[in-house]
Design a protein around this ligand. Structure first.
Ligand SMILES: [Zn+2]
Length: 283
């Protein structure tokens, strides 16, 4: 048997180009990650409805709103298990209201008014069986977000497929504003061997790729950190002029890639992270 039937709903750049994945099983549809904005979530729901099979499960890869905002509209009044790693679910509960306050002025009514939280928590390594699919989680702690994870989906096809959330953005400027680039690099180092024989990685942003995608993300973060380090010169933030230079450097590093506004968005967080690495508090 070939690969499972996977459909992708991808938002436009205003919705961060985020991917939601729908996997069709014998009895229903599994959704991995649920999009950001109300109009995209409605389109994702229409895609689901068009498959004419019930939603049987939702899985959330990590604790960012472009991945969890759409849960409520997909689930509505149905009883559907919404899975997330324990660490991921904990962070979503902590940040969802603050993210709404932060981003509602920008997105207005496009930001969902309520959050539906994951209702079925998974421990690292735990598996869920849905028809002939097995979905298992690997929790990774802080990295791209305050709590990352990926899912391995296997069945009666040759190689398992992976849903890696935002561990590697494919040909897209990444979000670095949670300030965990050092931990993120450690995770990518560990995953390089852990995932070496995985055939297909489905990212949260960009096209499906292979494990080399993880190396690309690693190189991007190393370069981003080095440019921020030089421009910040030990300070915990960057001047506007330095942010412009950073943006020019990263645009040249990854030409023609979307989400260029992410470059400046994460600059201060990474400058602060680097400053704390140089002068660790309480030591
Ligand atoms: Zn994302």
């Amino acid at each position: 048997m070939g690969l499972p039937t996977i459909y992708t709903y991808r938002a436009a750049e205003v919705g961060l180009n985020v991917n939601s994945y729908l996997i069709e099983t014998a009895s229903g549809v599994v959704v991995l990650d649920t999009n950001l904005l109300v109009s995209d979530i409605a389109a994702l729901r229409a895609r689901l409805d068009a498959l004419k099979k019930p939603l049987v499960a939702v899985f959330v890869t990590h604790a960012h709103p472009d991945h969890f905002n759409g849960i409520l509209d997909l689930v509505r009044d149905r009883e559907v298990p919404v899975y997330a790693g324990r660490g991921v679910a904990e962070v979503i509960e902590e940040i969802a209201d603050a993210k709404r306050r932060q981003w509602s002025p920008t997105y207005g009514a496009e930001w969902p008014a309520e959050t539906y939280y994951p209702n079925t928590l998974l421990s690292d390594g735990e598996s869920v069986t849905i028809d002939d699919l097995s979905v298992s989680i690997r929790e990774l702690g802080p990295g791209e977000s305050h709590a990352d994870s990926y899912y391995v989906v296997s069945g009666d096809w040759a190689h398992p497929v992976l849903f890696i959330g935002d561990l590697a953005f494919q040909r897209t400027h990444p979000y670095t504003a949670d300030g965990h680039t050092s931990a993120w690099l450690d995770t990518l180092d560990a995953l390089a061997s852990e995932l070496a024989d995985m055939a297909v990685l489905y990212p949260g942003h960009g096209d499906p790729a292979g494990p080399a995608d993880l190396d690309d993300q690693r190189r991007y973060l190393l370069y981003y950190r080095e440019v921020v380090r030089r421009l910040a010169d030990g300070q915990a933030s960057l001047t506007d002029a330095a942010k412009t230079q950073l943006e020019q450097a990263m645009r040249a590093f990854l030409p023609n890639a979307p989400l260029t506004w992410m470059i400046g968005l994460g600059a201060d967080a990474v400058a602060a992270e680097l400053a704390a690495e140089t002068n660790p508090p309480n030591r």
